[in-house]
Design a protein around this ligand. Sequence first.
Ligand code: ATP
Ligand code: LTN
Length: 330
Amino acid sequence: MKRMLSGIKPTGQLTLGNYIGALKNFVAYQDEYEMIAFIANLHCITVYQDPQELKKNLKDAVALYLACGLDPNKATVFLQTDVLEHAQLGFIMSCNTYMGELNRMTQFKDKQAKGETNLTAGLYTYPTLMSADILMYDADYVPVGEDQKQHVELCRDTAIRFNHKYGDTFKVPEPLVPKVGARIMSLSDPTKKMSKSDHGDKGCIYLLDDLNVARKKIMSAVTDSLAKVQFDPVNQPGISNLLQIHSSLSGVSIDDLVKQFENSGYGEFKKAVADVVCQELSKIQAAYKDVIASGQIEAVLEDGANKARRIASRKLSKIQRKIGIEIRKR
Ligand code: ATP
Ligand code: LTN
């Protein structure tokens, strides 16, 4: 069975973008692949987080993984910090990644260009930790949204270079980016990615949003004055975004949706999108309540960490021997 691995960093509450671009696909793939789905909590602290809020977000993220349908009997679900090997391989990867490569990472460049000050060294090097997360488990595929594709490509380059230098060590992973919904845009500014860091913004739907709030956000989504439901991300980014959201959740193709709504006004179309979103959110939220009430989170994380650690400790030892830094028998 091929292996698939991915993670989410809960720097806030999980969003509809996280769900459509990533989480929903983890669930869809768990029967076909050996799925490793972790919470990237080290990645969270590349930007300061309030400790109390972070704890709540981490717990909610695990609960949402399960509520969205990840089955701990099929998938390995764990917290990154419960497997200490990640940080160690992260350092090794940072010694095998060039600063020139990190300088080209658009996520960091964008933050820098925005004039944000006091950017941390951890934020700059975090793609090397992400390489470690992936390579540790010899993942074949990495399901991610569009914004993370560049980091998986950097991971591939690092793996290929390492294999050349030290002999065959890592599987070279492939990013899996969904055809529809790889980049869900903000509802209030459809030229920007929907992002959980846009705190309290009308543009972002959170998976735990009150259904009336979520509906309002969709009904007031920014559109255009062309008054025609068409898929044209350049000239009609708002409508195209809503088409992607609908299509991804309903499974109806964008072409069929365009036909279905060709004579509809934007109000009617938005209502249909809101119905689809609210139906999905209400399922997730009901399951979330059950997960919290069941008290299973601790046990799931412990079991997941044990499974992950078994793979990680053997792999790290093998890597360290290849490099020459490990000389004692384990
Ligand atoms: P932020 O939302 O704070 O910018 P991020 O996207 O950088 O965070 P994560 O939340 O860890 O980081 O992303 C988890 C996964 O969700 C990644 O695979 C990412 O590509 C995907 N993702 C995040 N936002 C979107 C979006 N708007 N559309 C599609 N996929 C997304
Ligand atoms: N860097 C990603 C989260 C992440 C990840 C990973 C995704 C950390 N490690 C490994 C896929 C595979 C992010 O910030 N969205």
